[in-house]
Design a binder for this molecule. Structure first.
Ligand code: HEC
Length: 173
């Protein structure tokens, strides 16, 4: 019994030290050839596709299919419909994945325009007279917090239904 107690105590004492080993020590240095500090994505100058892969595809998947299981709506062939209803244009910029991404305003404008482009993931859902987003527009919208995202989205989807738009967002049953 006493032995067990001592062994238990020893484990408890050793465990934090074992975990601490994964925390870098102050004298830890980058591996040879890897000394350059990483360039923040907002300064890296990647194209829209790469920015999408790095900042969005983890949730939305490479082609924007999304995943109902994690509540990520389908953007492919659908997301352009938000531009057809009042408030939808702002909504696209204010969703957290967009507004809180590490991309700067110009990169976000460029990225959403790329998604809405004729060969982009939004496909035929984009309205005929799509007006591209500007950096200034994104800058003005992105910091307006959206307090009730599900409620706002439900209203926008209802407005689409009123227009006879088929709701093919991958979230239905
Ligand atoms: C951590 C997961 C995650 C990341 C990363 C993410 N999103 Fe999202 N996105 C979601 C979810 C979940 C929703 C549904 C609304 C909500 O809950 O935010 C959504 C909604 C959206 C919408 C509105 C579409 C709709 O049908 O409601 C757009 C547009 C969008 N995201 C674009 C992007 C872009 C562009 C990026 C990259 C800059 C991005 N998201 C990054 C999870 C993510």
């Amino acid at each position: 019994m006493r032995g067990l107690l001592i062994a238990g105590l020893a484990c408890a004492l050793v465990a934090p030290a074992a975990m601490a080993r994964s925390i870098p020590t102050s004298n830890q240095r980058p591996a040879p050839g890897n000394e350059e500090p990483q360039t923040p994505i907002a300064l890296a100058g990647y194209n829209d596709h790469v920015n999408y892969e790095l900042q969005c595809a983890g949730c939305h998947l490479g082609d924007g299919t999304g995943a109902k299981v994690s509540d990520v709506p389908k953007m492919k062939d659908f997301v352009g419909n938000f531009l057809k209803v009042e408030g939808g244009r702002e909504f696209l910029i204010r969703v957290p994945g967009m507004s809180m991404s590490a991309l700067n305003d110009a990169q976000l404008a460029s990225l959403i325009n790329w998604m809405m482009s004729p060969d982009g993931m939004a496909g035929a859902s984009v309205p005929e007279h799509f007006k591209p987003f500007t950096t200034e527009e994104v800058a003005a919208i992105r910091h307006k917090a959206m307090l009730n995202l599900p409620g706002t989205r439900t209203e926008l989807i209802a407005k689409m239904r009123d227009q006879g738009i088929e709701i093919n967002d991958g979230m239905g049953d």
